[in-house]
Design a protein around this ligand. Sequence first.
Ligand code: PLP
Length: 300
Amino acid sequence: LLLAMMALDIQPDDEIITTPFTFIATAETIAFLGAKPVFVDIDEQTYNIDASKIEEKITAKTKAIMPVSLYGQPADMEAIQAIANKYNLKVIVDGAQSFGSTYKGKTDSNLGDISTTSFFPAKPLGCFGDGGAVFTNDDELAEKIKSLRMHGQSKRYHHQYIGMGGRMDTIQCGIVDVKLKYYAKDLALRQEVASKYSEKLKMKSEKFILPFVAENVTSAFAQYSIRVQNRDEVQEKLKEKSIPTAVHYPMPLHLQECFSYLGYKKGDFSISEMVSNEIMSLPMNPYLSDDEINYISNTL
Ligand SMILES: *Cc1c(COP(=O)(O)O)cnc(C)c1O
């Protein structure tokens, strides 16, 4: 994300519109560059940024929109791109959770001006440590990003830009290189696990709100996250039955201490706040067996 924003010349005081319902890194990197994260509430079904609320947040300082493909599902990219075109803004996709997902037939790596992903072990395509990738279809941007991740060098010991040491370790590249060969299969299995969960849990749908995948979109299902009213109680009971759950994420970013200087308060983004109180992720990996899915669903 840093490389993407640096390549697009994001400067201190520039504003970038993003979602408060995401992992901290989305907005943290914006702030790290001295730019200002400007939050827009999420859609109640997809949990991604609500494109219909973006336009009212655009100012003369707005430079980019940074949608997140949360839990693996791309945001409403056509609407976002239309706004970006109208106001001459860049689009940076935080695809940390969505490698391999699709939006109207395009992979998420093809969306926006620049798309990024993470190979952290907990992501759909994980290496064994830290890693990630930046994608663009713009050759000039690609050259600049390559230079920025090598201390901004143009040729050895000649530095065109102020960059960073942003290379991925060779050993992690080796791991991703091998795992990539099996990734299409893993992705299909993740989607299969998700449909099996949904099929099983549908019968209880008055108690749970199941994941919703928009039309013409596929999700990488980094997480299978459902909403329940009495989440803490449900988590506790599942834990007693040896079923681990997690909350992605318990506190939206506008309420985080590190962003108190932005001046947001409770109630500013009611949907993000509601979802963060109800959301809960079930065990999810490509190799979850039918027995495990049945056990989890029946216990739930
Ligand atoms: C994991 C994650 C990141 C950060 O990725 P790292 O590779 O761990 O730095 C950024 N954004 C989102 C939405 C993530 O889930």
